[in-house]
Design a protein around this ligand. Sequence first.
Ligand code: FAD
Length: 416
Amino acid sequence: MTDAPIFDPDSWRLSGKQGELAERARTLAAERFAPRAAGYDRDAVFPTENYRDLADAGLLGICIPEAEGGLGADLKTYMLTAAEIGRYCGATALTFNMHVSSCLWTGDLLDQLEMDPATRAMHHDMRRVHYRRILDLGIVYAQPFSEGGAAAAGFKAFGTTALKVDGGWRINGKKIFASLAGHADYYGALCTALKEPDGPQLRRNTMYLAVPANAEGVRVEGPWDPLGMRGTVSRTLVFENVFVPETEQLMPQGVYAAAASRWPHMFMTLTPTYMGIAQACYDFTVAYLRGEVPGTPPVKRRMYPTKQIAVANMKVMLEQTKAIWFQAISEARPDPGKDSLMRAWVAQHTVMENANELAQLAIRTCGGQSMLRSLPLERFYRDSRCGSLMLPWTAELCLDKLGKGALYEAGETDDD
Ligand SMILES: Cc1cc2nc3c(=O)[nH]c(=O)nc-3n(C[C@H](O)[C@H](O)[C@H](O)COP(=O)(O)OP(=O)(O)OC[C@H]3O[C@@H](n4cnc5c(N)ncnc54)[C@H](O)[C@@H]3O)c2cc1C
């Protein structure tokens, strides 16, 4: 029996495209990704086979504009689709997000920001190169931003530098937690542009460059044996004097910094993975208590009032999580108002924390046999713990922003 959609198209008034893409992802992930998920997790290996399926289903180009040959999904449509993947394989959904971001940033997001005609034309020429690779060759992009300092949180310029040289850029730096390390064909890296080797490192000079994985000086290092999201293979990436040709810019210089501040909902794209896991925890609990999970003793537990209350509480939490998330992604647009932005932080915090809360409630409610490694619940528990750690909107930083946002208006200080 196929699972019902997380967001029923009629009830949530989805567009035809939203319903169709979410359905396509759900069918693919339920049939192909779910049976493979335990193996990727156990061995901490990248879901290569799933990426072949994503390419065959056209989903690698989900956020490439239709005019360029892609499926033309906007941010909300992508999020609804990706949540269905997260429901069956968290590591595939999270790495898929890194790939898709390279198209979403350069596609719908920038198309909605003003640009002078010459810069727009230059950008369209640049992005076409990447889009053709993805659509024609099934090429996969990663998104290594994090460096272990304050840059990924948005407080400092990136320490990875791009020095201007003849015909391109010379890249030096190190990225941590680079999901798809060793598996992506290109690393869409954020770097700080420099005119001379010791020039000032300024956030407004952030560049978004596609570094070919096979370029000389690109190295993947360190072990990968984490608690959860093991299939993301988020190892350390080192760039040592890597030459990147001029044509490998994903955005014209100077555009990223403005885009990041004007399109804050973009940082919510890490949440659909965890929205999917939240749904999976609830689905598992219902099936388990009904005695319907394959591989478990056919004992029904649903007649006990404590189980009914527990599952009712899970339903309340799941529906609250879905509602705030759906509302926040529906409000995604450039330059959102303060109220809308604060709701996005609330939604981010809610999804990331509740996914893990639902996983632990599921284990407590279903009982000891439910957390055996032969079942997916313990993986949901471990994978869901990672959501709150994702910069720039970690659960802590969301609270930080919300507290300040609630108590201060723009420009207010306590120095008087
Ligand atoms: C499975 C997984 C996959 C990932 N994949 C990618 C990827 O593909 N690309 C990528 O770029 N990153 C990726 N990340 C990295 C992620 O976004 C974070 O950068 C990383 O988890 C930060 O780890 P850290 O120990 O350096 O945290 P720290 O920066 O030390 O932060 C620890 C905590 O302190 C808080 N904190 C941080 N800065 C501040 C501040 N200025 N003020 C107040 N509080 C602060 C935050 O709440 C944070 O959770 C991934 C992480 C995981 C777990």
